[in-house]
Design a binder for this molecule. Structure first.
Ligand SMILES: C=CC1=C(C)c2cc3[nH]c(cc4nc(cc5[nH]c(cc1n2)c(C)c5CCC(=O)O)C(CCC(=O)O)=C4C)c(C)c3C=C
Ligand SMILES: [Fe+2]
Ligand SMILES: [Fe+2]
Length: 328
């Protein structure tokens, strides 16, 4: 049977304090995530990364000197590899830091892969995240002169197994949900990206609504975190929403990150440290932050189902190829 590489697409995070600046340079050089005019994008990225690395160094110091994203994506890859048939090779493939998409593609080819499944670790599609990784894959594919079939999985924000995994994750930590206010926190995006048709906001709202169908009567709200720079981003901001909700009398808060499946600076620093401290100052009695899914068995079962569906699509493409080759 043909070997198929499954690339787990993620952002990647600095693996040392020295990696912060080059990681940020790669991020700010990407026109899919930050639209700086192309002729000046790289020099501007050089300056921004220089100053932002100084500012964010202490986030990473608090996390032990690096982002845990690589280890956690590797754990997801290992768990998925274990439950997939033997013809699959599962690899993390990062956009801005090691192991880069190019490395994952080259290794897959060396190990005999003859097709690819592109599987984002972002449940909701945005052109700034999943779209950017797809574009990078296609650039690498062209550069390496590949002519192999591949399938892109765009999103799974409303898949019943994803919703079930999120509900199970919440119930592991919260035994009496009706006593809490649920504060969902998604990564923010510039409003102009949504206005141009990005489905991220609608998909995020749908995820939240589907999760809350499992918690009837529980009060909840959705906020957006981690805005960067001066343009208008999605609102309300998680931090402001937290203040508002507490001032309205809710003293037990469950915080649920929705756009991430691994821990990183924005969960460990912003949600736990910054907003956790703010909650204390505001007099919150209980502040429960739900961990990201990581290698939760139901999430890994979902990934398996997505990959096996993609395999069917690939088989269609491969038989189409064989057919056209036999005609010519
Ligand atoms: C400047 C524009 C940015 C957009 C748009 C953006 C969207 C976006 N990001 C994530 C997930 C993650 N972002 C992470 C770090 C990070 N993101 C930006 C900028 C934008 N993100 C920066 C500058 C950084 C670096 C940290 C910082 O300097 O504040 C990470 C964590 C990486 C790690 O440390 O492990 C994740 C994950 C999503 C889901 C998203 C849009 C939907
Ligand atoms: Fe698709
Ligand atoms: Fe980000």
């Amino acid at each position: 049977m043909e070997k198929i590489a499954v690339l787990l697409l993620n952002m990647g995070g600095p693996d040392s304090l020295d990696a912060i600046r080059p990681f940020l340079y790669n991020l700010f050089s990407d026109h899919d995530i930050v639209e700086i005019p192309r002729p000046i994008q790289k020099p501007v990225a050089f300056f921004i990364s220089f100053f932002r690395a100084k500012k964010t160094r202490h986030y990473y110091e608090l996390m032990g000197g690096k982002s845990p994203q690589r280890e956690q994506t590797e754990a997801q890859a290992k768990a998925l590899q274990k439950i997939l048939p033997e013809n699959f090779i599962v690899k993390p493939a990062m956009r801005y830091w090691k192991p880069f998409i190019e490395t994952a593609v080259k290794e897959s080819i060396e190990e005999g892969a003859r097709a690819f499944v592109l599987l984002p670790m972002y449940p909701q599609y945005s052109k700034t995240t999943t779209g950017s990784s797809f574009n990078e894959f296609e650039r690498v594919y062209k550069r390496l002169g590949l002519n192999l079939p591949f399938v892109k999985i765009h999103s799974y924000h409303n898949h019943p197994l994803y919703i079930r995994a999120m509900v199970e994750r919440i119930k592991e930590r919260v035994k009496e949900p009706e006593k809490y206010f649920f504060l969902f926190s998604a990564h923010s995006l510039p409003v102009k990206v949504i206005e141009r048709g990005d489905p991220y906001k609608d998909q995020t709202e749908e995820t939240v609504r589907l999760i809350m169908e499992h918690f009837p009567g529980v009060k909840y709200a959705l906020g957006y975190q981690s805005k960067v720079g001066p343009v208008k981003w999605l609102e309300p901001q998680t931090e402001e929403l937290l203040e508002k909700v507490v001032k309205a009398g809710h003293k037990r808060i469950v915080v649920v990150p929705v756009s991430f499946t691994c821990e990183h600076s924005e969960t460990l620093y912003e949600l736990d440290h910054q907003y956790g401290n703010l909650a204390k100052e505001l007099g919150v009695e209980e502040y429960v932050r739900i961990p990201t899914l990581q290698d939760h068995p139901t999430y890994i079962a979902l990934l398996k189902e997505l990959v096996l569906d993609a395999q069917k699509e690939l088989e269609g493409q491969l038989s189409g190829l064989a057919h056209s080759q036999s005609i010519t």
